[in-house]
Design a protein around this ligand. Structure first.
Ligand SMILES: [Zn+2]
Ligand SMILES: [Zn+2]
Length: 300
């Protein structure tokens, strides 16, 4: 693999890594505090990322030692020779090991996120583990500017404001959805594939209206086509209505949590990537995040 090969970003729970473009996110588990994801090559190589909350006092050396000893024990059980090496680089720990597979990795703690992160590139003998890890390991970052967290997979890359936690996600070939919540506020980022087919018989506004119809019962809103946007775009601005509006009044009176009354949605068709992107915020009067979120979604 040469330095010139194109790279893609994969990020989950804010932990981002640059990967070769033909590798893809294959497995995810856990949450913000502790979790794991794996990015697989078309062949036998993989990048694995694992994170967990860690206090200042965490002994990274001991953590790595436990990890390597465990691998050693498993290898011995299978009558495999196991070798490993650890060194320090710029305050992080770098390691490599070799058994039936070989791996190179990095372990560090971020004082801002208070998480320990271990990243490992592995493969069978013959896989370009060293070449890949030479750019993958230095590329790892675990928070974006101002405490925003990056989420990136397939053709979607977005940053989410501090405090928004992932509630639900759907990762399908033609449809990606990330749903976040902070208190009463909800943020949904979506991406649909095959925009040219979706928009063959409908305008973006028509398609969008149809999409929103079932999701947004309980809201009164208006869908508008926007001119002067870099790509064809629509927006919907609205409010909760009907019985939920009444609930809000009760909520105000009894000082319950005020539900998110306002709706802001922005969607655009990206010709270059042949995808439709949307970001939707259901929010209280104080919370205005949509413009900043949209500005950070990368479509092509
Ligand atoms: Zn961090
Ligand atoms: Zn675009």
């Amino acid at each position: 693999m040469s330095e010139n090969n194109p790279r893609a970003l994969v990020a989950w729970q804010g932990i981002a890594v640059e990967v070769p473009t033909d590798w893809s996110l294959a497995s995810i588990s856990g949450d913000e505090k502790s979790g794991y994801y794996r990015v697989s090559s078309p062949g036998t190589a993989a990048i694995e990322v694992r994170w967990s909350e860690a206090s200042e006092k965490v002994d990274l050396g001991a953590k790595l030692d436990t990890y390597l000893k465990d691998l050693d024990r498993k290898s011995r059980k299978q009558k495999l020779d196991f070798q490993s090496k650890v060194r320090e680089k710029d305050g992080d720990l770098r390691f490599m090991w070799r058994a039936d597979r070989k791996a190179e990795g990095r372990l560090f703690r971020c004082p801002e996120c208070k998480r320990a992160v271990i990243v490992q590139v592995s493969g069978v003998p013959g896989d370009p583990v060293s070449a890949v890890s030479s750019f993958v390991l230095p590329s790892v970052r675990d928070h974006a500017e101002g405490g925003w967290r990056t989420w990136a997979m397939y053709d979607l890359q977005a940053d989410v404001p501090p405090g928004y936690k992932l509630e639900k996600h759907k990762l399908m070939a033609g449809y990606l959805q990330l749903q976040f919540r902070r208190g009463a506020n909800q943020l949904i980022i979506e991406r649909w594939g095959l925009a040219n087919i979706a928009l063959k018989k409908a305008t973006l506004a028509e398609w969008f209206r149809e999409r929103m119809r079932t999701d947004l019962t309980g809201f009164t809103y208006k869908v508008e086509e926007l001119t002067d946007e870099p790509e064809p775009a629509v927006q919907a601005i609205g409010r909760r209505s009907g019985i939920l509006g009444v609930y809000r009044t009760i909520g105000d009176l009894t000082k319950l949590r005020v539900p998110a009354m306002r709706l802001d949605t922005y969607a655009w068709a990206c010709e270059e990537s042949n995808k439709i992107y949307s970001a939707q915020s259901m929010h209280t009067a104080k919370e205005r995040i949509l413009d900043d979120v949209i500005a950070r979604v990368e479509c092509h």
